[in-house]
Design a protein around this ligand. Sequence first.
Ligand code: DON
Length: 304
Amino acid sequence: MITDLTALLQKLNAIVRADDNWGTPANYIPELARINPEQFAITVITADGTVHSAGDADTRFSVQSITKVFTLAIALGRSGDQLWHRVGREPSGSAFNSIVQLEREQGRPRNPFINAGAIVTTDEVLAGRAPRDALAEIVQFVRTAAGSDDIHINDAVAASETQHGHRNFALAHFLASFDNLKNPPEMTLGTYFHHCALEMTTTQLAHAGRFLMGAPDMPKLISTARVRRLNALMLTCGHYDGSGDFAYRVGIPGKSGVGGGILAIVPGQASIAVWSPGLNRYGNSHKGTEALATLARQMNWSIF
Ligand code: DON
């Protein structure tokens, strides 16, 4: 087993760049579609706080659905288990933006990580406030978790998604038709699009994930029981209809975003952020997934 993590990440970076298949960036958000796919970054922070990085680890990217982990943590903090009346905890087996299950299951999304479920958790965080107040809470939570105030929302990305977010508008209005939205759909969606447009580097994101490691000396933002539950949901639902494949190949909890980032946690041992904007057929980072599979194998990291 290679234990010089920095050397291993540099080797991984070289292997990743040698392969021509970079995948395709998300095309339904124009601001993301124009990003150069030929980029890769990885950061690993171990339990003792050591930071190891390789590649474009200082480049900011749109974290998108990875923010759903943070909004879920906040929603559970505000509402506790009441939240589960509005959203389930089962893998969906459907694409992240699918609408079909929502009608069959009377407007209760399968889990908080598919778009419909994340719109519900955002609605819970919004709780009748002005969107800017809910966003301030979300941004502050992420900054506290990351230990950095230099984390911001990219308004151009949020505007780009607002203009082209017909599916999310459909999902939000569908939720409202089942009385599963407490705020006007446009307000909940405005909050949702803006928190998805948060930008971070892999270094910042790996720092922000440390509270999910459940190790001593980590930021204690939520209870240990809740840390375990968030990790369970990341493992079972964090990669949508690719969650089983990710669990099989990588073997640790992870949450992907359509910007090409993945936050992965080795409980008690490491917080990992990887980024490469080209996506696979599930809408998860192609090279990010490959790199995590190799890293987990080389480090003998698995929850199983
Ligand atoms: O709602 C959307 O479609 C995006 N803001 C987030 C989707 C996403 O990141 C899916 N992840 N792979």
